[in-house]
Structure formats: C-alpha cells, structure tokens
Design a protein around this ligand. Structure first.
Ligand code: NAD
Ligand code: UDP
Length: 308
C-alpha cells in the first residue's frame, strides 16, 4: 500500500515509518519539523519506497494514498503550550485536511488521539466509554480540546460521509527517537540521570502514569488499522501503573550515578492518575504490551547514551 504518515519525523511517527517500510509499504512522511527532525528518519531517506515532504498539516495537501496515519501535533506539554493557538489549529485543521483527503481518495484514516481526552479522570482505570473531566480553558486545553474536537470531526465524517476512520487513544509512550529536550517525564529523567543532574519530580511524585514502550504501541497501531471490526475510539497503552517517584527510582536503578531527586512545583491541571482499560484492544486485536518498564527503560537509556 501507499501510506501517508503526518508527523512522520517525530518520535512515534518515525518509529511507525520504519515499521511500515519494513512491512513492504510505500511511505510518504509529511512533517513541518516543529518537534520532529531529519535524524529520526535519516535511515529511510535512501529507500526508494520512502518520501519526505516538508509541509504543515494546517495547509491542505493532496496525495494518492490507501491509508493515512495522522500523527502531526506536538505531544509534550512544554512544546504544545509554546504556541497554544497553533496547537489547536494543528489538531483541528490537520484533522479536517486529513479527512477531506481520505474522503476524496477513499483512504482509511487513523487519528492519533490521546488519553488527555479523559482530562484529570474521575473514573479509574479509564475505559473508552468514559467522557472525561477536561478543563476547557486551562494551559492543557489547547491540546486536550484540540484532540477532542478532532475526534468529533472523525466521527462526523464517518457518519455523514462514510469515511473509513480509526481513532486510537494513546497513553504515555516512551522509547528511542524522543528528543532529549522533549520535556516529557521519561526522557527528562533519563537525560538528567545520564548527565548526573538532579531528577526533577513535579509535585510530591504521587501522581501516576502508565508507560508503554514504543514497539508495543506501534504493533497496536498496525493491528488496529488493518482490521475492520471496530473504528474506535480504542485505548492503546500499557496498563502497568507507576507513581513518578517509582519511575525516578527505576531510572536511577538502571542508570546508576549520583543524581538526587528534587521536587519542583506541579503544573496546573496535571492529571493525578492515569491507567488504560485495554479490554477492547485485548479482545479485538488480541494485543497487549510485551515489554515491561525495566526492559523498555534499558532500551531507551541505551538510545540516549548514543545521543550524548
Ligand atoms: P512528537 O512531538 O515527537 O511528534 C509530532 C510530530 O508532528 C513532529 O514530527 C512534529 O514536527 C510534527 N508536527 C507538529 N505540528 C505539525 C504541523 N502543523 N504540520 C506538520 N507536522 C507537524 O510527538 P509524538 O509523541 O511522536 O506524538 C505523535 C502523535 O501521537 C501526536 O499527535 C500526539 O498527540 C499523539 N500522542 C502521543 C503520545 C505519546 O505518549 N507519545 C500520547 C498520546 C498521544
Ligand atoms: N513530570 C515530572 N518531572 C518532569 C516531567 C514531568 O515529575 O521532569 C511529571 C508531570 O508533572 C506529570 C507526569 O510526570 O505528572 C507525566 O508528565 P508528561 O509531561 O510526561 O506527560 P503527561 O502529563 O502529558 O501525561
């Protein structure tokens, strides 16, 4: 198949492009390089089945493709809050442009949605039926509401125009090709530990997240995209749940060194707990994560050692 990946030079996008090329597909990677970089896809540039296009998803685009994976959007809080209006535009106009293209060329279109649609959840773990607890006017809203509106657009194009959609809700994922200045917790802790710097825990470190290794997530993407039983929304992530204090200790155990844990203020609207209910993915895709946190951290630490 010929497959378009928007945001293909980013963390998840570049791992997905590699997987799709290895599976024998033709891949068009579209990216504006806001948080993506050429180094992430350098190993694909000489492949005749791979094409790189510098373009912004907020401007319309046309390609003859069979599938579209829409991943374009900064995902780390410091990056998506840097230009919040642009973040909302990227989610909303990017979705409209992908859906318009999918409608025209009859492509199946995948939306990288997020556990942030559940906000600071009052239901735990989070099943797909939960509508969430999202602040519409806070610092995280540009991302959360942008992604919620994108889901709305996907389901309206599906109902009104019969567009063949797949909507996945991704929970915190980590691994090679994250930027060292990405700002998300796993890369921050690893980069700090490798540099012998203090490990910065925001708040008291009792908030929880569930961390999925990237290879497990990408396997879930491809299985979801290539089945016809459900369109989503479907949660995808690792149900193992850890406090930020436990994560810091796990990173320190793997890296060693002399870093100390320090506490910094908790950002506004920081969700207190998060853990996916993955029953749907288990049942339909026969999918569940295979790589435990320690193993995933080991692989990610090995990657960051090569980036020094
Ligand atoms: P990332 O920041 O590494 O990648 C995003 C990519 O999109 C980058 O290459 C960036 O340059 C590109 N991009 C941003 N704005 C663009 C625009 N206007 N036009 C074209 N390209 C643009 O983030 P990631 O972790 O790889 O996330 C990929 C997708 O998955 C995002 O949509 C994100 O919301 C979603 N997601 C990721 C996670 C996670 O834990 N990694 C969790 C939930 C959802
Ligand atoms: N966090 C932290 N130290 C850091 C970066 C993040 O303690 O250096 C915390 C953050 O406050 C949040 C959790 O780690 O509670 C996950 O943050 P991240 O930005 O990775 O993802 P998100 O909040 O979007 O799930």
């Amino acid at each position: 198949m010929r497959i378009l990946v928007t945001g293909g030079a980013g963390f998840l996008g570049s791992n997905l492009c590699t997987r799709l090329i290895n599976d024998g597909h033709e891949v068009i990677c579209l990216d504006n390089f806001f948080t993506g970089r050429k180094a992430n896809i350098a190993h694909l540039l000489d492949n005749p089945r791979f094409e790189l296009v510098r373009h912004d998803v907020t401007d319309p685009f046309k390609f003859e493709v069979d599938q579209i994976y829409n991943l374009a959007c900064p995902a780390s809080p410091p990056h998506y809050q840097y230009n919040p209006i642009k973040t909302t535009k990227t989610s909303v106009m990017g979705a409209i442009n992908c859906l318009g293209l999918a409608k025209r060329v009859k492509a199946r279109v995948f939306q990288a949605s997020t556990s942030e649609v559940y906000g600071d959840p009052q239901v735990h773990p989070q099943p797909e039926e939960y509508w969430g607890n999202v602040n519409p006017i806070g610092k995280r809203s540009c991302y959360d509401e942008g992604k919620r509106c994108a889901e709305t657009l996907f389901f309206d194009y599906h109902r009104e125009n019969k567009v063949d959609i797949r909507v996945i809700r991704i929970f915190n994922t980590y691994g090679p090709h994250m930027l060292s200045n990405d700002g998300r917790v796993v890369s921050n802790f690893i980069v700090q530990a490798l540099g012998g710097e203090d490990i910065t825990i925001y708040g008291d470190g009792s908030q929880t997240r569930s961390f999925c290794y990237v290879d497990d997530l990408i396997e879930g993407f491809v299985r979801f995209m290539d089945q016809t039983e459900i369109v989503g929304p479907m949660n995808c992530g690792n149900p193992g749940e850890f406090t930020m204090l436990q994560l810091a200790e796990a990173v320190l155990r793997e890296v060693g060194g002399k870093s100390k844990i320090v506490h910094k203020p908790l950002p506004a609207d920081d969700p207190k707990q998060r853990k996916p209910d993955i029953s749907l993915a288990r049942r339909v895709l026969k999918w569940e994560p295979q790589i435990p946190l320690e193993e995933g951290l080991r692989r990610t630490i090995a990657y960051f050692r090569t980036q020094a």
